[in-house]
Unconditional design. Sequence first.
Length: 269
Amino acid sequence: MNKKQLNKAIIGILGLATLSAVSLQANAFSATSLGTFTGTTISRDDATPFKSWSDYGAEVNFGWVHTADWFKLQVGSAADITAGTTFNVEFKLAGRGTSQPLNTGGFTLWTSGTAATVEGGGFHEYNQVRGPGDNGITTNDLIGNVVSGHNGWVGYAQNGLSFTNGDGDVVANGGAWNTSSPYLTGGAASAGSNATLDLYGLKAGYYLIGLGGVCPDDSASCITTTPGSRQYTFTASSTVAPVPLPAAAWLFGSALMGYLGLQRRKMAV
């Protein structure tokens, strides 16, 4: 091989390496830090594509990794994480402005537990309601260092159309949370003009949030290209967990209703 041929070979190898790096970079995502939540409201104004949380290819309805907005959130201080302190947190996604608000949006929370969240890469789509390697589903396997299995998924909320994603999971208008998660004790979700997810007893730790517009592939009603991105406000704030009535109160209520019923029958006689 002469010098000219050697130079061409070297250039070719370098070119392939560059293309490979670009390809991996295109599939990767980075997450913006929202800071540390210790009770004071955290708010973020931004814009996101209208199909980034639920649209990936014909009739698949995954999220787009490279167009969704990704955020990292630390819940509690370092001391709180060590102590296992819990918080009641309300996450809310609301459209912002009048000319191009995000009217139908959704967000998902995952956790990396007590390890600081890192970003991911090498994949295009994400499943809104599973963790990495969740029951054999590998869609989210490269989603950073999120906890493996179903425990890595914390919950979601969305105020768009209900749909089924490509893994066969139903994603309903409203929201859901991981009822068997070791990282929280309960939750509540609502979907009106906003998408809201309340998480009760949420353990101090590190969380990853994927956020975007909701537009399932099989619905032409929400598909429009103008404007391409929609304005929103995302907040994390303190909330109060509902206080359940003690069993004695239910027994007393039943007894009272029975007594009143008996009195009515006596009066009728």
